[in-house]
Design a protein around this ligand. Structure first.
Ligand code: FPP
Length: 210
């Protein structure tokens, strides 16, 4: 979800205002995705590398995660099941504050009965780190290290292969996102900044797989 900062700067606003608008846009886009009958939507909210950003910006983005995970009435109305993907909270170098952990756990539990779209938020997530952890899991279990064994040790083994990967705001490279799961993904690069990514943008991405 690139481009929150640039979207804000273009309007003379602080970067935090761009992230706030980015969170509002998630709420809008989830509705559209449900209308389009998308089964699985996974969003990169915060990476393992994002902790080096200025403290005020990090705190703001964490607060927005608490806000998003707190939209329980909306999510339940839409039949959306919430999931989280990221470095385990009890990993030695994990830094997720308890209030974010609580919000994540609560959202997962409160939406677990829903049978509609699965909305997965990547928080404190890094694709390379996930693969290292999966390989360690395969070794610890004495498995033979086949692709199926690695898939079984990913953070969320139930997550299906990615059909379309979308990168916003003019970034034309893959990021450290779902590297294993994206092996066969179509990629849509768009200049649109995340806060303006709307249903037309989503439809352009879906054209790649329909
Ligand atoms: C990248 O754009 C965006 C982020 C690192 C954070 C994304 C966060 C949100 C969309 C808001 C909250 C998210 C959730 C899941 C609640 P950037 O900050 O690098 O902006 P720039 O590319 O214009 O500099």
């Amino acid at each position: 979800m690139d481009g929150n900062g640039r979207w804000a700067a273009a309007r003379g606003l602080p970067r935090t205002a761009g992230h706030s608008e980015g969170e509002e846009n998630i709420a809008r886009l989830v509705r559209v995705a449900v209308r389009r009958d998308i089964g699985w939507l996974t969003l990169f909210g915060f990476s393992t590398e994002n902790w080096v950003r200025p403290r005020t910006e990090v705190r703001h983005i964490l607060g927005l995660h608490e806000k998003l995970f707190g939209r329980l009435a909306e999510l339940n109305e839409l039949g959306v099941r919430v999931q989280w993907i990221g470095r385990p909270f009890d990993a030695p170098d994990a830094r997720t504050p308890r209030y974010v952990q609580r919000a994540i756990r609560k959202a997962i539990a409160a939406t677990s009965h829903n049978t509609g779209m699965v909305l997965t938020i990547a928080f404190d997530y890094g694709g390379r780190r996930e693969l290292c952890d999966a390989v360690a899991g395969v070794r610890a279990r004495g498995l033979p290290m086949t692709p199926e064994d690695i898939s079984s040790q990913l953070y969320l083994p139930e997550l299906p292969p990615v059909d379309v990967l979308v990168r916003t705001s003019g970034e034309r490279r893959v990021s450290n996102f779902l590297l294993w799961q994206s092996a066969g993904a179509a990629i849509r690069f768009t200049d649109c900044p995340w806060p303006e990514f709307d249903e037309h943008e989503l439809d352009r991405a879906l054209e790649l797989v329909t």
